[in-house]
Structure formats: structure tokens, C-alpha cells
Design a protein around this ligand. Structure first.
Ligand SMILES: [Zn+2]
Length: 283
């Protein structure tokens, strides 16, 4: 299950950066990447009219008054969910913590005042599957918040004790009732800063042609690439993944993609106008 959110970030300096705009000319890239990684030199043409409208808002720095669709009740929730929750008590002994910079480190940490242990907070891993079947992809309509009623790939948080591929397979079973075989990794998308999430999406195929919505989905459906509901996707990470996949299919070569999604502060998880894909690398 994917409960939380890709969140907001400021644009980071990097070797590759692009902001999606309709009709944008080939994007200017500079690179410090290693020899085994190549940089996309083709313009990325995202689908979805909502994104195009939103990018104007993003580009001008305007508030969303000009785009009422971007304002929703979930927006507030997203903002608050984006903050790192303070750890007040030690998870080992229950003692109160204090925030300080431990010797040899640079960041503030929650340190137990009783047993002295340090509570490290790290990003969460979200794993999922992009399932190909008869030149279509399998999407699930969310039956839970956030992004209730919007479409997503089956994905969710990786559990302790499982591999990323096992987690993606499990989430696909839970959300889409589908038994899949993972074929290859397709994308790693970091959502840093407030988001603290990394997505790993695998290409997968159905072991048998059966799927059915689980409790977290109201509907599951195979979509041809021309019919993907880009105006009704739940998360920017899914929007990016599907766009990259379609571009790869159309160029005849499936790549592995890495990128960083930077969200505009205050935007909702399903606002496809309020983020940029930075550091896009493919191999
Ligand atoms: Zn303690």
C-alpha cells in the first residue's frame, strides 16, 4: 500500500535538470555522469493536459489561484505529511530523547537521554510493478487516500525481510490480485528532501491472465499506451514512469532510468504540474 506521499522539494543543483513544458525544445543537459551511464538527449514529451496547464503556473511562480483544480483538501495533508516527525522517545528503552549532533556526524539526531542510542531516520523504499500484457499496462484505481479514485501502478512500501522485487510482487498481488514475474528493473525515482522516498519500479508480466482489485483498489484495468489516463494519475512518480516507458517503447529500447522528482512546496501528490524531473539518467 502506498499511504504517503511524494513530497515537496526545492530544485537541487545537479548534472541534469529538466522541467517539463509543452513544446519545449530539446532540453539542455550538462553532465558529470560516469562513462557507463548516458544522458537522455531527446526531449521528453509528457502526456496529460493537466501537466501542461500546471507547468505554466510553475514556471511563473504563481500561486494556484489560477488553477483551482490544483487546490484540494489533500494538499494540506500532504504538506503536513512531508515534515519529518520528531522522535520524542527512544524505541529501545522508551526514554526521552534530545536532539543533538553526535560526535563525528554532521546532522541533528534524536539521541536517547537514558541509553544513549541514536535514532536514525532514513528514506522509505516504495516498490512496484509496471505490468506489460498484450501491449497494455495494468493500472489500479485507488480505493484509499491519498489520491482516492486516481490511477496508479501497483506499488507500496517495502517490508522488512523482503527484497525489492519480492515487495513489488507482493504489492501487485495485494492491490491487483495478479501473480507476476518480475522481468527487470525499470526505474528508480528519488523524491528527496521532504519526501524521503525512493521508488523502484520493475517491469513484470502476468503469470496467468488474471487480475482483480484488492481492498485498496476499486478497479484494475489494462490500458493500451494511447489510452493511459494521464489526466487521472495518482502520483508524479507514476506519471514519470509511464511517460518514460512509452518513450522507450516508441524508440524500441527499454532502458533503466534514474531520476529525482522535485515537487513544488504545497502541491498535492496528484498535481502533475508541480514537479520537475532532475538528474535523469538512463542506461
Ligand atoms: Zn534509550
Amino acid at each position: 500500500m502506498l499511504k504517503a506521499i511524494q513530497i515537496l522539494g526545492s530544485s537541487s543543483s545537479g548534472f541534469v535538470s529538466q522541467i517539463w513544458r509543452k513544446g519545449h525544445s530539446p532540453l539542455a543537459f550538462s553532465s558529470s555522469a560516469g562513462a557507463r551511464t548516458r544522458i537522455s538527449t531527446t526531449p521528453f514529451s509528457p502526456r496529460g493536459t493537466r501537466c501542461f496547464r500546471a507547468n505554466r503556473v510553475y514556471a511563473t511562480g504563481s500561486k494556484s489561484e489560477s488553477n483551482p483544480d490544483a487546490v484540494s483538501s489533500s494538499q494540506v495533508a500532504v504538506q503536513s505529511a512531508g515534515n519529518v516527525r520528531k522522535i520524542k522517545f527512544c524505541q529501545w528503552c522508551g526514554g526521552p530523547t534530545k536532539y543533538d549532533i553526535p560526535d563525528g556526524e554532521e546532522k541533528m539526531r534524536a539521541i536517547c537521554t537514558v541509553c544513549g542510542k541514536i535514532a536514525y531516520q532514513n528514506p522509505k523504499m516504495v516498490v512496484g510493478c509496471l505490468i506489460e500484457h498484450d501491449k497494455k499496462v495494468l493500472l489500479c484505481k485507488r480505493n484509499i487516500e491519498p489520491s482516492f479514485g486516481l490511477w496508479t501502478l501497483p506499488a507500496g512500501y517495502m517490508e522488512i525481510g523482503e527484497s525489492a522485487a519480492e515487495g513489488a510482487t507482493r504489492e501487485t498481488w495485494e492491490e491487483a490480485g495478479a501473480e507476476v514475474e518480475v522481468l527487470s528493473p525499470f526505474a528508480q525515482l528519488d523524491i528527496p528532501l521532504i519526501g524521503q522516498q525512493t521508488y523502484i519500479i520493475f517491469l513484470a508480466k502476468l503469470k496467468r491472465p488474471h487480475f482483480a482489485p484488492g481492498p485498496e483498489s476499486s478497479e484494475c484495468q489494462l490500458f493500451s499506451l494511447d489510452d493511459i489516463p494521464f489526466d487521472s494519475l495518482a502520483f508524479s512518480s507514476i506519471f514519470v514512469t509511464l511517460n518514460l516507458y512509452i518513450d522507450d517503447i516508441r524508440t524500441g529500447k527499454l532502458n533503466f532510468h534514474y531520476g529525482t522528482i522535485n515537487k513544488r512546496p504545497g502541491s498535492s501528490p496528484s498535481d502533475m504540474c508541480a514537479f520537475s524531473l532532475d538528474h535523469h539518467l538512463l542506461s
